[in-house]
Design a protein around this ligand. Sequence first.
Ligand code: CP
Ligand code: NVA
Length: 296
Amino acid sequence: MARHFLRLTDLSPVETRQVIERAIALKTQPDPAYRPFVGKTLAMIFTKNSTRTRVSFEAGMARYGGHALFLHSGATQLGRDEPISDTAQVLSRMCDIIMIRNDSQADQQELAANSRVPVINGLSDLHHPCQMLADLQCWFEHRGDPAGKIAAWIGDGNNVCHSWIEAAAMFGFTLRIATPKGYEPDPELVAAAGTHIELCTPDVAATGADLIVTDTWTSMGQEAETKKRLADFAGFQVDAAMMARAKPDAIFMHCLPAHRGEEVSTDVIDGPQSVIYDEAENRLWAQMALVEFLLK
Ligand code: CP
Ligand code: NVA
């Protein structure tokens, strides 16, 4: 049975830690002769735009001797209503591993259920586990083990926030979440993470935090709601005053793409506490450690 990575908790805490440690090793001890993916093909299905996810998987597979196929759904039969189960059966007879970015965790589960090879979630409506691996790697690199620390999520309680919730329970940190009314994270995920999650106001969330993280107020597919969201999220911008409430050595994270002047002020995202480009770079290392783990 192939192992899949559709959400962070598809790996055990020990396995997740191993993947992060491996990602740090791949990054810090580069070996140009290391080619574990020679002859291996990664199929990448996208129904939505991407810069980091596509490039990190594609560049990573090339670096380690493998091949990545970019399959925009609109250019495949999936975009003409071929069942995702048939797509899974066919791709997994030709490719060694599959990544999918779409707007349905349920479709990803169906893909995985019909695939002989591992399936990786490259973003769904509910989770962004690859981003979370990169973010955890980044937190470890900059400040050490997150256990016992406090992260503040300020913004929309959707896919990326959900992966942070699973990470909080897995790595033993507190995640304070501040969202406008109506944008709260999935209550079942919050309940499952127990005392690791605190729902509060932005000011309370930021006070004494070790890390502040946010995401766009308008996720892909929600563009028609942009005007309403801009109004609803007023007061939720991560700005210098909010960073000043956090610990003096707090770091700022954002999965990108960012909208400067909306969810984060320009001085914060481009300031000395921001680690956004390390975070983005880690997508490559974390995902190659993941692919290595899943292909073993
Ligand atoms: N953070 C992230 O997933 O970026 P892309 O949408 O560019 O892939
Ligand atoms: N929440 C964002 C994340 C993009 C990487 C979205 O779903 O568009």
